[in-house]
Design a binder for this molecule. Structure first.
Ligand code: BDR
Ligand code: CA
Length: 327
C-alpha cells in the first residue's frame, strides 16, 4: 500500500526553495505530484529553469512543473534578486537541462483541476500565495478538500525581513495571503504557518556546508555553488556567518509536525500602508473569531539540521549527531 502523502510544492526557486525541493525529493514519506511556480524571488520563467536544475540533480525529471502567476494580485511585483542573485540561484551559472519546459496549462488551472479530483492532496507553499489566491478567486470552495496547507511565510513576534514588520512572501503579495487565510477561515480549515519566528533559527553555516560536501560531493558542491551569494547577503545585512534557510523547514515540519510547536489563532494579513504584508495573529482573541491558522512559534533546530543532512546528503545519523555537536 502506498502510504506516502501526496503533495504539490508551490514555490519560487530561489536558493532556499531549492534546498526545500531537495529535502522533499529525498523524503520517502512524500509523493511530490507536481511543482507549481509563482513569481517571487525571481520571475516565473527563472523559477521554472531553476526547478529543472534541481530536478536534474535529484534525478527526478519525471515530475511535472507548471508555470504560475507572473505578478502579484494587486501590488507591483518586487523580486528578491538582491537576496537570491539575478538568476535566483546565487549567480551560480549552473546550466538548466536542455529541452525541458513547463506544462502547457498554468499553475492555477492545474491546481483548480487537481483539487476537483484529488481528495487527499496537500500543499507546501514556499513563495507568495498568488497561485492559490487565483484558484480561490475562481471558486471559493476549491480548497475544501485540500488535506493540509503549510505555508512558509509571515512572522508573529519576530521582526520582518522586508520591513520592520513584514516577511517577504506575504509582503510580495499581501492581497493573496489575505485571501488564502480568510478563505481558510470560511472553510473552517487552518493554514499551518511556518514563519520567521521559527525559520530564523535555521542557519546553514560554512562548517555544516563543508561537512555535507564530505559526505556527498555532488549535492554538497551544488549547495556550495548556490549558497555563497546568500552567505554574503546575510553577512552584509544581518551579520550572520552562513545563511537562514527558511523553506526546507516548512517541508520538514510537514513531514513531522513535532519539529515545531505553536499556537492556534485567527490570523490575517495587512494589505495597505506602512505595515503592508504584516501578519496579524490574534492570539488574545480580541476579534473573537475562530482560529484559521496554526502559527509555529518554536522549533527544535538541531533535530531539523540532523534530518536535513541525513536525508539530502546521506551518511550515518549517529555520526551526523556527533558532528553537529562539534560544528
Ligand atoms: C521567504 O522569502 C524568500 O526569499 C525565501 O525563499 C523564503 O520563502 C523568506 O522570507
Ligand atoms: Ca521561497
Amino acid at each position: 500500500m502506498n502510504t506516502r502523502q501526496k503533495v504539490i510544492i508551490d514555490c519560487d526557486p530561489g536558493i532556499d526553495d531549492s534546498l526545500a525541493l531537495m529535502y522533499a525529493l529525498s523524503s520517502e514519506e512524500l509523493e511530490v505530484v507536481a511543482i507549481t511556480i509563482v513569481c517571487g524571488n525571481v520571475p516565473v520563467e527563472l523559477g521554472v529553469q531553476n526547478t529543472f536544475k534541481v530536478l536534474q540533480l535529484m534525478d527526478r525529471m519525471d515530475i511535472k512543473v507548471y508555470a504560475g502567476e507572473t505578478k502579484p494580485l494587486v501590488r507591483e511585483y518586487v523580486s528578491a534578486q538582491d537576496t537570491h542573485g539575478m538568476d535566483g540561484l546565487g549567480e551560480s551559472q549552473i546550466e538548466a537541462p536542455k529541452g525541458y519546459v513547463a506544462e502547457v496549462i498554468s499553475a492555477a488551472e492545474y491546481l483548480y483541476q487537481t483539487f476537483k479530483t484529488e481528495k487527499d492532496i496537500s500543499i507546501i507553499a514556499l513563495g507568495p500565495l498568488t497561485n492559490l489566491a487565483k484558484v480561490i478567486e475562481r471558486d471559493p470552495l476549491a480548497l475544501k478538500n485540500v488535506n493540509r496547507l503549510v505555508s512558509m511565510g509571515g512572522n508573529y513576534k519576530s521582526f520582518g525581513n522586508c520591513s520592520p514588520v513584514a516577511e517577504y512572501n506575504y509582503w510580495c503579495d499581501p492581497d493573496a495571503a489575505k485571501i488564502v487565510y480568510e478563505n481558510f477561515a470560511e472553510l473552517g480549515k487552518k493554514v499551518e504557518m511556518v514563519g520567521l519566528d521559527v525559520t530564523r533559527e535555521i542557519v546553514l553555516t560554512p562548517n555544516i556546508l563543508a561537512y555535507t560536501k564530505r559526505i556527498n560531493k555532488e549535492r554538497g558542491s551544488f549547495v556550495e555553488k548556490i549558497v555563497q551569494f546568500y552567505f554574503d547577503f546575510h553577512w552584509e545585512y544581518e551579520k550572520i556567518i552562513g545563511c537562514v534557510i527558511n523553506d526546507p523547514l516548512a517541508v520538514a515540519y510537514f513531514i513531522d509536525p513535532t519539529i515545531c510547536s505553536g499556537i492556534e489563532a485567527y490570523t490575517t494579513v495587512e494589505t495597505q500602508g506602512l505595515s503592508i504584508g504584516q501578519t496579524i495573529v490574534d492570539e488574545m482573541k480580541f476579534w473573537k473569531k475562530d482560529s484559521n491558522a496554526y502559527v509555529c512559534t518554536s522549533v527544535y533546530g538541531m533535530y531539523f539540521m540532523e534530518e536535513f543532512i541525513y536525508r539530502i546528503f546521506g551518511g550515518e545519523q549517529q555520526e551526523i549527531h556527533k558532528m553537529l555537536g562539534q560544528l
